[in-house]
Write a protein that binds this ligand. Structure first.
Ligand code: PRX
Length: 634
C-alpha cells in the first residue's frame, strides 16, 4: 500500500473497493459495488456470488499452494503441536461440512461454536461458511447462561464444543456449560458435536451428544461448495451494548471478506509468501474472526494458532513461539503488553525475536509507554535497530474490519495514536451537533460513509440496529467512542463515551453486570463503573445496596457476601465479568430525577477526590458511601 492509495480511494471510493474485491474469487461478479438505497441497510457487491471457505482454503490449493502451512498450531502442553497445510485444511473443512450436513445443518441454519483455541474451531467456522450456515462463536470464558442466551437468540440447532481445553497448565472443562445451556435452550439444540481434546470424563446425553471423531473422521474429504449471495449471512457475533441484553452483530459474506482481506494485507504489509503471522486473540472475539480466520486465510498467509496462556509453562512462552516459528507479524492487545512490562524486559530479551518486522495493537487505546516498550523490546531487532513499526488499529465488532490505523512504511506513526482512516474509509470527529471539529479538538468518533465489512443489522432487531448506531446524527455511523484530532488532524481514540467498559480489551456492559447483581436475592440495588486499572485498562467496580434481610452491616458477613456476589456475576455472565471490587454501601448517589451518578462512583473507585456533588438529590450520600464501604480485590 502506498500514500497514493488515499487520494485514489477518495476520488473513486466504489472503484477502489471494486479493485479490492478483485483480490477474491467470485462466482458471479456483482452488479453494484454498493447499494445504499435504503440506509442504514447496506448491500455490498450486490448480485455477486461467493463462497468464503473456498476463498480461504480451496483457491490456495488450486493455485498450487496446497503444501504451504496454513496453521502452525501450538497446544498449551509443550510439544503438543500440529502443522496444517492448506491441502490438509481443505480435507478437514470438507469432512466437517459433510458431517454438519449429516447432522441436518442446511444453508441458513445457525451453528453455535464453544471451543478452545484448537484447529477444530477454525475448521468448524469454515465448514459453516462453506455451507452458508451462519456460525455464532461464543468465547469459552462465558458462562452457561450467556451461552444459552446466545443459542436461543439466534436459534442455533447444533453446538460444536470440546470436552475441555488446556489453560495455565491444567485441563479446563467446557462440556458442563454446554449441557446446562442445552437444557436451558429447551429442546432447540438437536445435536452437540464434541471434540475430545483433554480426555477428561464428561457427562453424556445419548440423545444429542456425538463425538467429533465418530462423526467427522468417517466423512469423505470431498465436498462441492455452493456459491452464496454476497449478502448471505456469514456469522453472528454477540457483543455488549449499553442495555442488558447483548446484541447479535450480523456480518455477511462478500463485503466482509473484501474488508478483512484488504485490511489484513494493507495494515500489516503482508507478504504472504514469506511472512509468518500471529494474532493472539481468542477465536471467540471479533479479532479472532477477522484477523485469525477470514482475513489471513483469504490472503493465503501462514499463521500461528496458540491454545494457552502466555505464562504457561513459563513467562517467555510467547517469545519462545515467535523464535521457533520465525514470526514476522505479531498482533496483540495493550493489556498483554502491560503485563509483559511488569514481568520485565529480561524475559523477551532471552529469545531471538529478530524475525519480527511489524507489530500490531488492538482492543483499547495503547498508552505511549506500552507502545514504546513494545516497539523496543519485541520489535527491537527490526528496522536497523529502530524497532518494528507498531500499527495501533482501531475498530469494533460492528465494523468487522480495521478502519483506522497507520500503514507500515507509509505513515509516520505517533505513540498512542491510531492516526488516520484507511484508504476507502471516511472517519471524522464531531461535536454534539454533529459538526466536524477543527484540528486540535475532541468529540465523538464517527464514520461518514459505508464500508464493506460493516455490520448489516442486529440479529432479529433492525430497529435496535438503527437506534443504536445511526440515530444520533442522521446518515452517520456513531461508534460509541470519544476521540480527538491533533494539530495534524491525526486521530487519537480516547475510549467509550457510553456505559460500555473495556476490560483487557473485552467489552463489558455496566448494565448487564448490574442486572446480574440485582438478580442475586440479597441485592436491592447495584451500580457498576469501569475504574482505571494499570494492567487491564479498566476494571469492573460494583457498588451494591443489600436488601434489609441480608443481615446487619457486620463486616464479616459483608466479606462473605462480596465473595458470593463476585462468584454470582461469574456464573451469570462469565469469569471475565467478575468485579475486581464489590463495595457494600448504604446508598447510591442519584440526581433528583433518580439517575445514578456514575462519575462520582468512579471517583471513589479510583481513590480520587469526589467531584462536584451539587446535582445530587442528597449530597451527604457520598460521605456515607466513603465511610461505609466494604471492598474486596483478591
Ligand atoms: O472503545 C473502542 C475499543 O474497543 C471497542 C470495540 O470493542 P470490540 O467490539 O470488543 O472490538 C475489539 C476489537 C476490535 C471500541 O469501541 N478499541 C478497539 N481498538 C482500539 C480501541 N480503542 C482505542 N484504540 C484502539 N486501537
Amino acid at each position: 500500500m502506498t500514500e497514493e492509495a488515499y487520494a485514489r480511494a477518495e476520488a473513486d471510493r466504489e472503484g477502489f473497493w471494486a479493485e479490492q474485491a478483485e483480490r477474491l474469487d467470485w462466482g458471479r461478479k456483482w452488479d453494484r459495488v454498493l447499494d445504499w438505497d435504503n440506509p442504514p441497510f447496506a448491500k455490498w457487491f450486490s448480485g455477486g456470488t461467493i463462497n468464503a471457505a473456498v476463498n480461504c482454503v480451496d483457491r490456495h490449493v488450486q493455485a498450487g499452494r496446497g503444501d504451504k502451512v496454513a496453521i502452525h498450531w501450538v497446544g498449551e502442553p509443550v510439544d503438543d503441536t500440529r502443522d496444517i497445510t492448506y491441502a490438509q485444511l481443505q480435507d478437514e473443512v470438507n469432512r466437517a461440512a459433510n458431517a454438519l450436513t449429516e447432522l441436518g445443518v442446511a444453508k441458513g441454519d445457525r451453528v453455535a461454536i464453544y471451543l478452545p483455541m484448537i484447529p477444530e474451531a477454525v475448521i468448524t467456522m469454515l465448514a459453516c461458511a462453506r455451507l452458508g450456515a451462519p456460525h455464532t462463536v461464543v468465547f469459552g470464558g462465558f458462562s452457561a447462561d450467556a451461552l444459552a442466551s446466545r443459542i436461543v437468540d439466534c436459534g442455533a440447532k447444533v453446538v460444536v464444543t470440546a470436552d475441555g481445553g488446556y489453560r495455565r497448565g491444567a485441563p479446563s472443562a467446557l462440556k458442563p456449560a454446554v449441557d446446562d445451556a442445552v437444557a436451558k435452550a429447551d429442546g432447540l439444540v438437536e445435536h452437540v458435536l464434541v471434540v475430545r481434546r483433554t480426555g477428561q470424563d464428561v457427562a453424556w446425553n445419548e440423545s444429542v451428544d456425538k463425538w467429533w471423531h465418530d462423526v467427522v473422521d468417517a466423512q469423505s474429504n470431498e465436498h462441492v461448495a455452493e456459491l452464496h449471495d454476497a449478502e448471505h449471512p456469514l456469522y453472528v457475533m454477540y457483543t455488549s451494548g449499553t442495555t442488558g441484553k447483548p446484541k447479535g452483530i450480523l456480518h455477511t459474506t462478500g463485503g466482509y471478506l473484501v474488508g478483512t482481506s484488504y485490511s489484513h494485507w494493507a495494515v500489516f504489509d503482508l507478504k504472504a509468501d514469506t511472512d509468518v503471522y500471529w494474532c493472539t486473540a481468542d477465536i471467540g472475539w471479533v479479532t479472532g474472526h477477522s484477523y485469525l480466520v477470514y482475513g489471513p486465510l483469504a490472503n493465503g498467509a501462514t499463521q500461528v494458532l496458540y491454545e494457552g496462556t502466555p505464562d504457561s509453562p513459563h513467562k517467555g512462552r510467547w517469545w519462545e513461539i515467535i523464535e521457533k516459528y520465525g514470526v514476522t507479524i505479531f498482533y496483540t492487545a495493550p493489556t498483554a503488553i502491560r503485563t509483559f512490562m511488569k514481568w520485565g524486559r529480561d524475559i523477551p530479551a532471552g529469545f531471538d525475536l529478530s524475525s519480527i518486522r511489524v507489530l500490531g495493537s488492538v482492543g483499547e487505546p495503547i498508552n505511549p509507554e506500552a507502545y514504546v516498550w513494545y516497539k523496543e523490546n519485541i520489535g527491537g531487532g527490526a528496522g536497523d535497530g529502530a524497532g518494528a513499526p507498531v500499527v495501533d488499529t482501531w475498530w469494533q465488532t460492528e465494523t468487522g474490519q480495521i478502519l483506522i490505523s497507520p500503514l507500515p512504511g507509509v505513515t509516520e506513526a505517533k505513540p498512542g495514536s491510531a492516526m488516520r482512516a484507511l484508504p476507502g474509509i471516511v472517519a471524522d470527529v464531531v461535536n454534539d451537533e454533529g459538526e466536524s471539529v477543527p484540528d486540535g479538538s475532541g468529540g465523538y468518533l464517527i464514520i461518514r460513509e459505508p464500508w464493506p465489512a460493516m455490520l448489516r443489522t442486529v440479529w432479529g432487531d433492525d430497529q435496535r440496529f438503527k437506534d443504536t448506531y445511526w440515530s444520533r446524527w442522521p446518515g452517520v455511523y456513531f461508534a460509541g467512542d470519544g476521540a480527538k484530532k491533533d494539530e495534524d488532524g491525526d486521530i487519537w481514540v480516547l475510549g467509550r463515551v457510553d456505559d460500555v467498559m473495556n476490560v483487557s480489551g473485552h467489552r463489558l456492559s455496566t448494565t448487564e453486570i448490574e442486572s446480574a447483581l440485582v438478580s442475586h436475592p440479597k441485592v436491592a440495588e447495584a451500580a457498576v463503573v469501569g475504574a482505571t486499572d494499570d494492567t487491564t485498562g479498566q476494571a469492573v467496580c460494583a457498588f451494591v445496596i443489600l436488601r434489609d434481610s441480608a443481615g446487619d452491616e457486620d463486616a464479616a458477613d459483608n466479606a462473605d457476601i462480596v465473595t458470593d456476589l463476585r462468584n454470582h456475576v461469574a456464573k451469570e455472565i462469565g469469569a471475565i465479568a467478575k468485579p475486581r471490587q464489590v463495595m457494600v454501601v448504604p446508598e447510591l448517589p442519584k440526581t433528583r430525577s433518580g439517575k445514578i451518578m456514575r462519575r462520582l462512583l468512579r471517583d471513589v473507585a479510583e481513590n480520587r477526590e469526589i467531584g462536584d456533588v451539587t446535582t445530587l438529590a442528597d449530597s451527604s450520600v457520598m460521605n456515607l458511601i466513603q465511610t461505609g464501604m466494604n471492598t474486596s480485590d483478591d
